[in-house]
Design a protein around this ligand. Structure first.
Ligand code: SF4
Ligand code: SF4
Length: 68
């Protein structure tokens, strides 16, 4: 089982991780706004995440940590 941890403080809501995730299991959380005024990314379903780390690699703000 893998999952990602998004540090919402650093997320700028660019959506690159959402686009790159091959399992389509990341969204921008519509219910949360961080201190910068962005909706941070969040994992929707841990059971879908493979831990491939594509999201973490593409994130320009290094806001994603992958746990495997
Ligand atoms: S590690 Fe891979 S499967 Fe998991 S959320 Fe990131 S891009 Fe998607
Ligand atoms: S790529 Fe990084 S900064 Fe962009 S939405 Fe995803 S977590 Fe946020």
């Amino acid at each position: 089982m893998a999952r990602i941890i998004v540090d919402g403080r650093y997320c700028k809501g660019c959506g690159l991780c959402v686009e790159v995730c091959p399992r389509n299991c990341i969204v921008l959380d519509p219910d949360t706004i961080n201190d910068k005024g962005y909706h941070p990314a969040m994992l929707t379903d841990e059971s879908l995440c493979t831990g491939c780390a594509s999201c973490a690699l593409i994130c320009p703000d290094v806001a994603i940590t992958v746990e495997r």
